[in-house]
Design a protein around this ligand. Structure first.
Ligand SMILES: *[C@@H]1O[C@H](CO)[C@@H](O)[C@H](O)[C@H]1NC(C)=O
Ligand SMILES: *[C@@H]1O[C@H](CO)[C@@H](O)[C@H](O)[C@H]1NC(C)=O
Ligand SMILES: *[C@@H]1O[C@H](CO)[C@@H](O)[C@H](O)[C@H]1NC(C)=O
Length: 236
């Protein structure tokens, strides 16, 4: 009885130690997180990309900064530019600070790598309620987000559930800015089509309220059924 109690305490202490160790890493990183796009060490993309994030007022958060686990497989790359963008919601926690969102990114990545057995976090990008653009698989790598479309599209997932509320203005602005940067970098075609996840799959994602907003976007386009139905001339 006593031995079990000691063992349990030990396990709990070790588990707690790991968490606080990770959290202290985040706190340590936090002071370097403000407006870091121009810092060559913290913006691990090339110079042009870092500059574009900066001038478009995007706070980009690299995988290093959210303490991502490495991908479990070699990356597969897409042919650029792609002409489809899918919007998702995570239906996990919302997050309103760099620290909360970094923890959330780790949770999403763990869910995708362990439970779903994917190579990496599925999304190309995640947008926190703090307005941060968190790098998932990035612009070039094939994601795991919208079956049938993964190798021809980029996904952006908002953290939270947007059935009844909208993401913060900061988060929505980050999406707009990221789309502009995507076109400028030659990752998205200038006439790219914006879709909700549910346009392609039987899902509620990205949530009714966010979906209603996406449908008013100038780049929005529903996905037409691939089969052209026969319509009698009298009904045409
Ligand atoms: C995407 O994947 C599908 C299914 O594996 C394949 O048929 C198609 O050629 C791929 N498209 C591109 C652009 O790689
Ligand atoms: C979404 O919101 C509507 C309207 O508020 C509500 O009736 C519905 O049950 C909600 N659906 C989900 C899946 O939460
Ligand atoms: C840049 O983003 C911040 C935070 O999202 C916002 O408060 C500010 O107004 C933005 N500035 C410009 C010039 O868009």
């Amino acid at each position: 009885m006593k031995i079990w109690l000691v063992a349990l305490t030990l396990v709990l202490t070790v588990a707690k130690g790991q968490v606080s160790n990770f959290e202290s890493l985040i706190v340590e990183g936090e002071s370097r997180w403000n407006n870091n796009a121009l810092d060559p060490i913290l913006c691990d993309a090339d110079e042009e990309e870092c500059m574009l994030y900066h001038i478009n007022n995007i706070t980009m958060v690299t995988r290093t900064q959210w303490f991502a686990q490495p991908s479990k497989e070699h990356a597969q790359y897409m042919r650029m530019p792609v002409s489809h963008v899918f919007i998702h919601h995570t239906v996990m926690n919302e997050c309103f600070s760099r620290r909360e969102c970094a923890i959330e990114m780790r949770k999403i990545q763990q869910f995708h790598q362990v439970k779903k057995r994917w190579a990496d976090i599925g999304y190309n990008f995640v947008i926190g309620q703090d307005g941060g653009l968190y790098i998932g698989r990035g612009w070039d790598r094939v994601g795991a987000h919208t079956a049938g479309w993964n190798n021809v599209s980029i996904s952006f997932a908002f953290t939270g559930n947007f059935n009844e509320t909208l993401p913060t203005d900061e988060a929505l602005n980050a999406l707009e800015a990221a789309l502009i940067v995507g076109v400028k970098l030659g990752k998205l075609t200038p006439d790219f089509k914006l879709h909700g996840h549910r346009d392609a799959r039987p899902t509620k994602s990205p949530g009714q309220k966010l979906y209603d907003l996406i449908r008013r976007h100038k780049h929005y386009e529903p996905i037409r059924p691939k089969l052209i139905m026969f319509v009698p001339k009298s009904h045409a």
